[in-house]
Write a new protein. Structure first.
Lengths: 185, 118, 485
């Protein structure tokens, strides 16, 4: 039963991510990504890691997607859905790369199944997570807060507009829109 | 383990059903008068002005960024709060430093004027 | 579950890190609470702070202290690299002020960010846990992205920051995936535990998950140290970033990447050395060759030094391939020498650049030797050292790297390295030809050499020459450090 749910969710996550990349409308792409993240969150829950599942929803599907949305609003992409799809040849390097990583993942899974018996799933209570976190990774926790501090400083520094600067030119012309986002990879 | 979350699942289900029922009944029973004004997109009760596709200020982005950073702070406070008593002084110092560091960030943001909407 | 043993918290190993973090935060607050245009004093305070941190690191030499349940360690290996980072940061701080004032970009955030980068690098060198190393790397990278784009009014700098961020995030993905797979295979993120696990396996390289984890980690580090074929970001980022930050980026973070990779490979994966040696052989040859051949055709001097920096990473990878004490101590010695000579060369570029067009061309050096004989001599020393000519530090460093490879039987690798070195002489000497054999194309203004830059040049020249003439005073420390890793 749980295995079936897992495969369904995994399929949802993968298809959602693929659609998030191929979808030309950025807001739709974000919605696909949210779908995918929700699926991943439930997978974490199935893997007996409820805390990670909750954080996945709160942080990724919640906060980070809002950030993505703001970036899209900031960029003013116009009507990207009317742009051209990249030719299949432009997809080729990305496809090759993803094939390689999928192949390596398959190899890892296969070798793991042949080598080790899968340990019986046991739920990881939040207390255990927190014990591990503070016992073994005290430095890491402090580092994360330092990193957050300086990410904040960096974002504010780079994002602050100079009063003297003329600012960016106003709204874009439609020509610029024709899928510069999709062509880059 | 999964069973302990059953009540939450029930609450979610009831919430969904409640929403669905309300929507279905209002669309079934309620009167429908399709005028141009009623079919136009809702924009805080005002008549829609211009297109929604325009460049938004980077300030929104900065606010979202701030939100995420303090969101992540909460993520680390939660596991600490659960083990608060057992971690004792070590945990208190650890989290104290954590919060103080982020508080420095907060002061920086404040003094830089990022919280003000010029 | 009921008992929670609080780890023995010993602050000594991370004293320099704590000191620099507190200093960085204090300077950050001073910066916002004292709103004045003049920000140079923040630079001076941070320079003094760097010296104090170096003293802290120095007093810990010879001790071996683990802390936080084995997440960080203080050993000579870490201390040696910490000294390199502090040196790079100190020199970068010294050359920053004049540049930033000239480019009207002297914002006080610069120095806290540099200090914070150093904290990240130090934890990469001192981390004995994959989590600590990863977070150290992220701390370093996030600050570096901002530093690369620090001149926010300049489009080239914006481009550098963005490109560095995108590719850096991409490479971080590789590294993290590799760490996750390693954790999955071994059940621990502690470097020593991974080593124990690998030692128990009869043939560790047949454990595909462990092998894949190691390979992905190597890929991630190869991105960070700009080894070919993962070097594409380097020229654009190095060209666009503010020159003092380019100098810093080419020395410090590269050394940090090598430090973390050395510790992981030599401790965790020592039983798999046969596997990763082969890989590094290919990486080293590719990196040296691509860097040197592309550098031959560059007219922009920052781009040229960017490609040269790729080539120098290649020389260090020769030391990785050897993996023996001579080679690995050679890496440490070489990174120290490279810090002196490369930041010195960049200091001269800072001086030669003009307001608004700080990215000089090789042609800008025409006639430099007659107008500014002292600076030209200093530049010549740095270029000679970069080309690997005696009696400079670059020669000795290469000598140890290549002799390490020869000891291990990689004769051909050493030959390729020497050939590459010979090719590199062309583009370094080209600058000198312009300095001494061409007439100046335009009237030189009398360059203003501020006291901090003069001090940094003095330190760099002294370092380059002293390491070249009496290398043993530093090399013995490097060898001592690598023994106890």
């Amino acid at each position: 039963m749980e295995q079936i749910i897992f495969y369904i969710l995994a399929a949802v996550a993968v298809i959602g991510t693929v659609l998030a990349i191929s979808e030309k409308h950025p807001v739709h792409a974000i919605l696909y990504l949210v779908t995918s993240l929700f699926a991943v969150a439930v997978v974490f829950y199935l893997l007996m890691a409820p805390l990670v599942a909750v954080f996945e929803v709160i942080l990724y599907a919640g906060a980070i997607m809002v950030l993505f949305l703001f970036v899209i609003m900031m960029l003013d992409l116009g009507h990207p859905e009317k742009g051209f799809s990249p030719h299949w040849r432009e997809w080729l390097p990305a496809l090759l790369l993803s094939l390689v990583s999928i192949a390596s993942l398959v190899m890892v899974i296969v070798s793991r199944h042949s080598q080790l018996a899968v340990p019986a799933a046991q739920s990881i209570p939040i207390r255990e997570v927190s014990r591990r976190l503070f016992q073994g990774h005290g430095v890491a926790v402090e580092l994360i807060s330092l990193q957050l501090l300086f990410a904040l400083v960096g974002a504010l520094y780079l994002g602050k507009q100079q009063a003297s600067s003329p600012g960016l030119p106003p709204s874009s012309a439609p020509e610029r829109v024709s899928g510069s986002e999709e062509k880059s990879p | 383990m999964l069973g302990t979350y059953l009540p939450i699942l029930l609450v979610v289900l009831i919430a969904i059903i409640f929403g669905l029922v309300a929507l279905t009944f209002s669309s079934l029973i309620g009167p429908k008068k399709k005028t141009a004004l009623k079919l136009s997109p809702y924009e805080s009760g005002c008549a829609p002005v211009g297109t929604a596709r325009e460049r938004f200020s980077i300030k929104f982005y900065l606010i979202a960024m701030l939100f995420i950073l303090f969101d992540i702070e909460a993520v680390f406070l939660y596991p600490w709060a659960i083990l608060y008593k057992k971690l004792g002084v070590f945990g208190l110092v650890e989290m104290g430093v954590f919060v103080v560091i982020l508080f420095v960030g907060y002061i920086y943001v404040w003094k830089k004027g990022a919280l003000e909407w010029e | 579950m009921d008992m929670i043993t609080i780890p023995a918290v010993n602050m000594t190993p991370i004293m320099p890190e704590i000191f620099l973090s507190v200093l960085a935060m204090a300077l950050l607050l001073i910066n916002v609470f004292v709103p004045s245009g003049q920000k140079s004093y923040i630079g001076y305070i941070s320079f003094i702070g760097v010296i104090a941190a170096a003293v802290l690191v120095g007093t810990g030499w010879g001790m071996h202290v683990e802390s936080f349940n084995g997440a960080v360690v203080q050993d000579n290996f870490a201390s040696f690299f910490k000294m390199i980072f502090l040196l790079a940061a100190g020199l970068a701080i010294l050359i920053s002020d004049q540049y930033m004032v000239r480019e009207e970009c002297n914002h006080g955030e610069l120095y806290p960010l540099i200090l914070f980068t150093v904290v990240g690098m130090m934890l990469m060198a001192a981390g004995t846990d994959l989590m600590t190393i990863f977070l150290g790397l992220e701390v370093m990278s996030v600050s570096l992205y901002v530093l690369a784009g620090f001149n926010r009014e300049n489009r080239k700098s914006n481009e550098a920051g963005l490109k560095y961020f995108l590719l850096g995030a991409f490479s971080t993905g590789f590294l993290l995936y590799g760490m996750a797979l390693t954790y999955g295979a071994t059940g621990s993120t502690r470097i020593a535990d991974i080593a124990t696990f690998a030692a128990q396996q009869s043939l560790p390289s047949s454990n595909v998950m462990l092998l894949a984890g190691m390979l992905l980690m190597i890929t991630g580090f190869a991105f960070k140290v700009a080894a070919a074929p993962f070097h594409m970001w380097t020229p654009d980022v190095y060209e666009g970033a503010p020159t003092p930050m380019t100098a810093f980026m080419s020395a410090g973070p590269k050394a940090a990447g090598f430090a973390a990779a050395l510790r992981i490979l030599l401790v965790s994966f020592s039983t798999m050395q046969a596997d990763w040696s082969q890989l590094f052989w290919v990486l080293a040859v590719l990196t040296m060759t691509v860097g040197n051949i592309t550098a031959l055709r560059q007219d922009n001097i920052k781009r040229m030094l960017a490609y040269s920096s790729i080539a120098h990473a290649g020389y260090c990878l020769v030391g990785f391939t050897a993996g023996n004490p001579t080679g690995t101590a050679g890496i440490m010695f070489y990174m120290l020498s490279y810090t002196f000579m490369n930041i010195g060369a960049f200091a001269i570029i800072v001086l030669v650049g003009k307001k608004g067009e700080p990215n000089g061309n090789v042609m800008d050096f025409a006639g430099f030797g007659f107008k500014h004989p002292a600076l030209a001599v200093a530049m010549s020393i740095f270029l000679f050292s970069l080309a690997g000519m005696p009696p400079t530090a670059g020669f000795i460093g290469k000598f140890y790297l290549f002799s390490g490879a020869i000891q291990k039987g990689y004769i051909w690798l050493a030959v390729i390295g020497v050939l590459n070195s010979a090719a590199s002489v062309y583009y370094y000497l080209r600058v000198m030809v312009y300095m001494y054999m061409k007439e100046p194309t335009e009237e030189f203004d009398w360059l203003q050499v501020s006291a901090p830059i003069a001090l940094s040049l003095l330190i760099s020249v002294t370092g380059t020459l002293v390491l070249g003439v009496v290398p043993s005073i530093v090399l013995q420390y490097a060898q001592e450090a690598i023994k106890l890793i």
